[in-house]
Design a protein around this ligand. Structure first.
Ligand SMILES: [Zn+2]
Length: 455
């Protein structure tokens, strides 16, 4: 498409600039790469395609918006979303954990945030997302995608050529104080749940406490009960957004392996959302898996904007009344607002906004997002520290992403290509792209059966 790389949540790159950047990055990075193959680019691509086709390519975190799950507008169509069925087929992405994400309401935002009425609002929002995912697989595109509840389902669907939907709950806030909802979420198809997001919940502290201070110093008493119930029911405990203390307590308490559904390496990029080496070693000890996230600003610390750029973007956001980006949205690469913030604009306004962001970018260039090379550096780092059996892959599409080269589902092969380039063999690539996660999912369900039959 012309000389512009397609817009990724507001970014446009002039192709020439983009290529020279990429070449510069490759020159820097290649020195540190394993480069054992000595194959031509065409041979590497052939090898990557073959592996990519055979292994289960599974992404453990993609957000959704129910408005893209209606009869008129849905993932059966090639929407302007990072994930949809045409893009999954094009990029060979087999399986996606769609996220039942509900943001954390703080008491400063709503006095009833932690009262029954506040919990009920969150619960309704969660159910709307569960229903949206089931609508896609039951009614909107049942010939192309199905829900998987077990690893056997995932393998069967891969063999049949269908795409696979799985469900993860991001933030336990919508369960309120009702332990029965853990089982209910499982019965609605969820296979993992995190106990907090970017704010403290009734169950757990959030990583954001590093900036805001703590509420529970880890898990709350109810959060501890929830971990036990998740073990009993067979829901994987996801520690991607909770605080380090909460994460370490979860590992100590849980009778089953723990997962981080979308987290990167703190040793390479010092953000509170990332996992440090001590956490990674604890996670490995639990038998779990870290799903390395392709979220640009967790992969490489964004360089701050120049004052001129900051002022221009600030004025633009004021003009379009989207200055109220959430903390999560603000952690997007500089100058970019999230897909969710953009979605609040009417289509013409949105196009206008993006055009103006591009103009500002030409006048005052911002820092560029991380390329796939940097993303795979995080995978390498995790593999070296805790071993290949404990590492996986997540995109965080529709809630972020922004990695150059894996900017949407259609570009998924680029990740496999970079793994092949670095000397990973097909068996290892299969473990990274889903084998490890499915092993943990099986193990968590096996332990749940054992716990249930012991009672
Ligand atoms: Zn997240």
């Amino acid at each position: 498409m012309g000389w512009t790389v397609k817009p990724v949540a507001g970014w446009y790159f002039p192709m020439a600039k983009f290529l020279s950047l990429l070449v510069a990055l490759m020159v820097v990075s290649c020195a540190s790469l394993r480069q054992p193959l000595g194959l031509s680019e065409a041979e590497l691509l052939r090898k990557a395609k073959a592996a990519h086709e055979r292994v289960i390519v599974l992404d453990t975190h993609s957000d959704i918006s129910p408005r893209n799950f209606t009869v008129e507008q849905n993932y059966g169509q090639r929407l302007d979303t990072q994930v949809n069925l045409p893009k999954m087929f094009e990029g060979g992405l087999d399986a996606v954990f769609f996220s039942v994400f509900v943001g954390q309401t703080r008491e400063t935002q709503s006095a009833d945030a932690f009262k029954p009425s506040g919990y009920e609002r969150a619960y309704k929002a969660a159910i709307e997302k569960f229903d949206a995912i089931h609508r896609l697989t039951d009614k909107l595109a049942p010939d192309k995608i199905e829900i998987a509840l077990t690893s056997a389902d995932v393998r069967r669907l891969k063999a049949s050529g269908k795409k696979v939907a799985l469900i993860g709950v991001e933030n336990g806030y919508p369960m309120g104080e009702d332990l029965g909802r853990v089982r209910e979420f499982y019965q609605r198809g969820a296979r993992y749940m995190s106990l907090a997001h970017n704010g403290h919940s009734q169950l757990s502290d959030s990583h954001a406490g590093e900036r805001d201070g703590w509420k529970w110093n880890g898990l709350s008493p109810l959060g501890r009960q929830v971990i036990a119930e998740m073990n009993r029911v067979g829901l994987m405990v996801d520690v991607s957004h909770p605080s380090k203390a909460s994460m370490m307590q979860s590992v100590a308490l849980s009778k089953a392996p723990i997962i981080a559904s979308h987290s990167a390496m703190r040793a390479l990029c010092d953000m509170s959302r990332n996992m440090d080496d001590e956490q990674l070693l604890a996670l490995k000890k639990s038998g779990g898996v870290v799903q390395v996230v392709a979220y640009s600003s967790f992969i490489k610390t964004p360089k701050p904007d120049s004052n001129e750029r900051k002022a221009a973007l600030g004025a633009l956001r004021n003009e379009f009344k989207i200055a109220d980006a959430t903390p999560a949205e603000q952690s997007a690469p500089s100058g970019v607002v999230s897909a969710a913030a953009l979605a609040r604009l009417a289509p013409e306004r949105r196009a206008d906004y993006l055009r103006r962001v591009t103009e500002i970018g030409e006048q005052y260039p911002g820092d560029l997002p991380a390329p796939v090379l940097y993303f795979v550096d995080h995978i390498d780092n995790a593999v070296k520290l805790i071993g290949l059996d404990h590492v996986g892959i997540a995109s965080d599409f529709e809630g972020g992403g922004w990695v150059i080269g894996w900017s949407d589902a259609s570009e998924t092969l680029n990740v496999t290509l970079e793994l092949v380039r670095r000397g990973y063999i097909e068996e290892q690539i299969g473990k990274l792209w889903g084998g490890n996660l499915l092993r943990v999912m099986d193990e968590v369900q096996r332990i749940a059966f054992a716990l249930q039959s012991a009672n």
